[in-house]
Write a protein that binds this ligand. Sequence first.
Ligand code: FAD
Length: 539
Amino acid sequence: MITAQPQSFFAPVRSLLAFVLCFAINRENLPTASPHSVPSIMHSSLANISFDGNLSFDNIQHVAKDFGNIYHLMPSAVLHPKSVFDISSAIKYIFDMGSTSELTVAARGHGHSLKGQAQAYQGVVINMESLNVPAMNIQAATLPYIDVSAGELWINILHESLKHGLAPKSWTDYLHLTVGGTLSNAGISGQAFRHGPQINNVHQLKVVTGRGEIVTCSEEHNADLFHAVLGGLGQFGIITEARIALERAPKKVKWIRALYSDISTFTKDQEKLISSNDSFDYIEGFAIINRTGLLNSWRASFKPKDPVGANHFISEGRILFCLEVAKYFDPQEYKHIDKDIDTLLTKLSYIESTVFMSEVAYLDFLDRVHLSEMKLREKGLWEVSHPWLNLFVPRSRIHEFSEEVFGDIVRDTSNGPVLIYPMNKSRWKNRTSLITPEEEVFYIVAFLFSAMSSSTGKNGLEPILAQHNKILQFCQRRRLGIKQYLPHYYTQEDWKTHFGTHWELFSRRKRTYDPLAILAPGQNIFQRANSYVRHWFST
Ligand code: FAD
């Protein structure tokens, strides 16, 4: 059997297999069920359940697509739930069919996964956005929180909580994602160094397990399930409701960018900022390789501190690192904001002429990626393929990583941004299912590329995926101890390597909460006995 091979011998073969499978799946050549096959009989019996919402068998192609636009797995039905009981009844029904059934169920949030994680080949996809219960409800107490449906988009939660002068503490860079979708991963942005990821800022969840049971869980009650589903890749239950911690919302944001020409100074400053109590409120950064007229392109939204110096700065042919930070404030209350920012900036060693600043409303700052989305949509560049690779890199290996990857593998960043910023593990809950490197400080390095399906050039899907493969192979060869974020693997052996010593806990939790492996088949971690995907992969 493949997985019994020694790791070092098998790695190149596995990469090749991964590469080939990727395109096989992209070509939508999975087998389809005949109208009278066993699955179709099971599905029609599912149609006999009475739902508050509805189960649909027609016009369901849209859920066989996600933001990645690389995998397209057709389900058999889509459930549009109107109550938690709809979800529970569907899963319980499938669970009660026992191990003779092949049906799987995938919750779909906003479908912004990258590699089919919210898809279910010939299974049932649950459209979580139609579950709009409970209505958003805010408790503006000493420790304020908001109760929301897990199908709610973060942008709507922001709008609602701002009406009360409040906002969630931790974010993703893009807010048109659902609560259930980001809590199944982690939810990371420039606030994570202070508040931890979004999975750290949840008090309570309601979950429907793979047995169809409805369970409320928190740190105090059913804590094992609570920790399991946070970062749990949808494996243990479908989150239907979440209680999210809030804080007082600022009104405005000073948003600042500055460039560095070497990784050591850049990371030293980033690490200094994330470890200080007196710092910015948001700390991120990105790598820029061989960009022409970079500072000019910033002028539409930012003002240079030194316009003349900025005019003379040349970015072309260089590897640069941009520190991106923000300080929140309320103009009525915080009169010394500019002075405090100057004090913070004097402690940093960026290239003097490259500081750019902007002042924006808090809402506009948090929803900044949506602006880019609108522009890309206008040009028809949003619905392309998105071969993204997100890695957590231990602090001790980030320079080695950067030297090889930015020096040799990725020759320019014209296909999309490459984020790079550190986080501190002590701010993260350690009993969740999320896997991070062993070290206290680790970096997220996110290659957020877009590919043109028609292109055979370097912006085509295949060259970008090949580049990702090269990066992963380099990390493996050098044993950098990286972990994938929004992970994607083809074999259970690879998943075991990903989870390391946590695999036993992860698989024990699977046996407890979803023993028939009904949930989130698109993650490809556990497979139902007789499942279609298993059948297809082995033929
Ligand atoms: P889906 O893609 O619908 O689902 C993701 C996974 O979660 C699937 O396995 C699905 O079955 C499962 N799932 C969905 N809902 C539930 C539920 N209620 N209960 C249990 N399981 C569920 N991530 C970050 O951390 N930080 C970022 O800054 C960031 N920026 C992004 C920007 C863009 C433009 C995009 C497209 C993605 C970004 N992401 C970021 C990644 C994003 O957080 C994940 O892809 C997330 O899963 C997307 O949410 P979704 O609602 O679309 O989930």
